[in-house]
Design a protein around this ligand. Structure first.
Ligand SMILES: [Zn+2]
Length: 398
């Protein structure tokens, strides 16, 4: 496998969407932004030199619980939800080159290859830990059990696990230097600052003798970045920790869902598999498009895994803001979740003479134009029917 992809190529990705919920307009926003960039890059570089990946993230305790609640197997559950995402993208004419599912064999093979590479390099060790865990976010949180999770507000549970750990702490300064120098670009600036302040630790509260300086001369607290648990043994819906690491523990472990999920950007291209021609051509990624709530995973964990594995880093992670509905956050409890399907139906039906496919593509273009024009990329934006309707009327008179 080569270290630098062919000049002139462009590889971009959406996050793989978590199958715990049906697609809503927020997913459509990310996907339409990526599709718009992919179309432009194809005009600039030719179709063969652009690769656009999307897909679904299908493992983890939340999915296992949702499937059990629905009375079906996790595989049936993920098959159904993944298919609704793919059907929506097809209906909208999204020009993805590949659609990866983390329950595919090719993905499991690549993830285990990455795990082994980290293990063989001495970046993984076994240890036990008791802490507060958010099942919804699949993350340990440094707060007492029973208190609400700072990310999602659900109560934290106490979990004790023997886990495999990744030596994330060893990459603190290297990550700070890569991000500060722009060699690993994080956009927009507000998100870059958020990532950097997490990496630096609580500098303002620390005594001066606890601080050191990065290459760019900014202060950070050595040791503020902790090692990361990268396996779970309390449930089994995931990719098994492979041998030889597996034999070290008496318990059966699956690989942490974020290590599993992030690896999709390489496994889809053939990493760790027999045919890695696409990987050699397109890795490293030029652009990972993400929502701002998953920036830490993409800008700290992901580059650290790659550095540890001796693999090249993506060039840029670009975070977009949240899509609101008429200025308020969409949520199940508010009952104001907007579906892209609703918008396609509404605008498509205004061209009664057209075929269903033409109606869908017209509705998609109204939505695409709205999202790309009305929202400053990187900031939160709001979908409103009056503005969308104004765009539709303008389109009809052209
Ligand atoms: Zn949470």
């Amino acid at each position: 496998m080569s270290d630098q992809h062919k000049p002139g190529t462009f590889y971009l990705t959406t996050p793989i969407y978590y199958v715990n919920a049906r697609p809503h307009i927020g997913h459509a926003y990310t996907t339409l932004a990526a599709d718009t960039i992919a179309r432009r890059q194809r005009l600039l570089r030719g179709n063969d030199n652009v690769y656009f990946l999307t897909g679904t993230d299908e493992h983890g305790q939340k999915v296992q619980r949702s499937a059990a609640a629905a009375g079906i197997t996790p595989q049936q559950f993920t098959d159904e939800v993944s298919a609704t995402f793919r059907a929506l993208w097809d209906r909208m004419g999204i020009t993805y080159n590949d659609y990866i599912r983390t329950t595919e064999k090719r993905h499991a093979k690549g993830v285990q290859a990455l795990f082994n590479r980290l293990y063989e390099g001495g970046h993984i060790y076994l240890d036990s830990y008791t802490g507060s865990y958010c099942v919804s976010d699949e993350a340990f949180v440094d707060l007492p059990p029973g208190t609400p999770c700072p990310d999602c507000g659900r109560p934290l549970e106490t979990v004790t696990e023997e886990n495999f750990y990744f030596r994330l702490s060893g990459f603190q300064l290297q990550l700070i230097d890569l991000i500060e120098s722009g060699r690993f670009a994080v956009e927009p600036e507000a998100r870059r600052n958020e990532v950097l302040s997490f990496l630096r630790g609580n500098v303002a509260a620390a005594p001066p003798e606890a601080l050191e300086l990065s290459a760019a001369g900014t202060a950070y607290i050595p040791g503020a970045l902790k090692d990361l648990s990268i396996s779970r043994s309390s449930f089994d819906w995931g990719i098994p920790v492979p041998e030889p690491a597996a034999s070290e523990s008496k318990q059966k472990h699956v690989i942490y869902v974020w290590l599993d999920a992030l690896a999709n950007y390489m496994t889809a291209l053939g990493f760790g598999q027999d045919d890695c021609e696409t990987y050699d051509k397109f890795w490293p990624a030029d652009l990972h498009l993400v929502g701002k709530e998953i920036i830490r995973f993409h800008c700290i964990y992901w580059p650290a895994f790659l550095l540890a594995a001796g693999l090249p880093l993506p060039k840029m992670v670009q975070a977009h803001g949240w899509l609101l509905f008429e200025e308020s956050k969409m949520s199940k409890s508010r009952g104001n979740i907007v579906r892209a399907e609703t918008i396609l139906d509404a605008f498509g039906s205004l061209k009664p003479e057209a075929t269903t496919e033409e109606q869908d593509l017209f509705g998609t273009d109204v939505l695409r134009y709205f999202l790309m024009r009305e929202i400053s990329f990187g900031q939160d934006g709001s979908f409103t029917w009056p503005t969308a309707t104004a765009i539709w009327s303008a389109a009809l008179w052209r």
